[in-house]
Ligand binder design. Structure first.
Ligand code: AHR
Length: 350
């Protein structure tokens, strides 16, 4: 190839490469249980210009996001929020699916620490402990760390901020509503289906529920993890029903586990939301359908659409701004007997 043609070829190649804007790319990880839809990854993610402060822009952000996994409707909405908002803002997102495995999430964290392109690590931690070493390594490597969705124990000096719900308050709301549902009931035996052991929402929702439920005489007679899933929620409830049917309420720490309990109650000849009052957390589309079907009494909202707040905090941190240690998300409570329930359901994003 003569010199002129070589120059033309190189110019053409560089123009093609420059056209690849920022995009969500799948961080090389252990094969994820559910491969997120492949996006047109740029041939080379931009190496963030660390010297951009205090005028960094979203295009300077390369976010390594450690997601828990894909355990249900709430998580799907949360993942979509991170991927869609990254595209909208023009930042580079490296997405890591931890497959609900703590060891994999820690490994993914280390991977992002060693990835020179990543300047901000965002994590939805599977459990509240197990992070001391990687947080120390991240600090030593000059990485900004932000917690999304779930808190961790201690280490406040090693992450910039936590953006997520007050899970204790969600539990309190559920307990308060269960008291209302069981008002006047002779017995107030309630069963609790918990999320995965060690997870902040499992610990904190249980704490908050007991704070308010016990004020009205509710007794939590059975509690067990059902790992956020429909199938385990059903299995655990079936086993309990084989022991006794003396239950007046079921608190599912998320919608999916409550759906499993509803199936088990029906198969045992009990009428969910009537014979046994049901309260769950998340307020996903499935919960609105269950309330419209008359099988779920109440769902307490836990907002999964956190990405805009997370990315805004990441950019502020890149520009050297100081942030509050916790930026709580705003949430509501929804009721089966709301006359406008269909309209509310139609207006929701997830
Ligand atoms: O951290 C939020 C919780 O994680 C949701 O309530 C649950 O559905 C998900 O697994």
């Amino acid at each position: 190839m003569n010199r002129f043609k070589l120059v033309v070829f190189l110019v053409a190649i560089s123009m093609i490469l420059a056209a690849c804007g920022p995009a969500a790319t799948e961080a090389p990880a252990a094969p994820a249980a559910t491969e997120a839809p492949a996006t047109e990854a740029p041939t080379e993610a931009p190496v963030a210009d660390e010297g951009c402060a205090p005028n960094c822009e979203y295009a300077d952000l390369v976010v390594g996001f450690l997601q828990t996994g894909s355990e249900g409707g709430w998580r799907a909405a949360n993942t979509a929020s991170f991927k869609e908002t990254a595209e909208q803002l023009g930042l580079t997102l490296k997405f890591y699916d931890s497959q609900n495995d703590l060891a994999k999430q820690v490994a993914g964290f280390q991977q992002f620490i060693e990835d020179d392109e990543v300047n901000v690590i965002v994590m939805s931690p599977l459990e509240v402990t197990g992070w001391d070493q990687v947080l120390e390594d991240a600090q030593a490597a000059g990485k900004i760390v932000i917690l999304s969705d779930r808190r961790i124990d201690g280490n406040e000096d090693k992450y910039v901020t936590f953006i997520g719900a007050d899970f204790v308050e969600e539990g309190r709301k559920a307990g308060t509503e269960m008291c209302k549902l069981l008002e006047g009931s002779e017995s107030k035996n309630v069963w609790e289906l918990q999320g995965n052991v060690g997870a902040a929402p499992a610990i904190d929702r249980g704490t908050g529920f007991r704070e308010t439920a016990e004020e009205c005489g509710i007794v939590v007679t059975k509690t067990q993890t059902a790992n956020w899933s429909v199938s385990e929620g059903k299995q655990v409830t079936e086993a309990w029903l084989k022991e006794t049917k003396d239950v007046q309420g079921i608190f599912g720490q998320n919608d999916e586990m409550a759906f499993g309990a509803i199936e088990a109650l029906k198969e045992a000849g009990l009428v969910p939301a009537e014979d046994v009052k049901i309260i769950s957390v998340d307020a996903t589309a499935g919960a609105f359908q269950a309330m419209l079907d008359g099988t779920l009494n109440v769902t307490v909202e836990c907002n999964p659409l956190l990405a805009p707040q997370v990315y805004e905090a990441a950019l502020a941190a890149m520009n050297g701004e100081t942030l509050p240690k916790w930026i709580p998300s705003e949430e509501s409570v929804f009721f089966m007997d709301d006359p406008n329930l269909q309209a509310v359901a139609d207006g929701r994003k997830y």
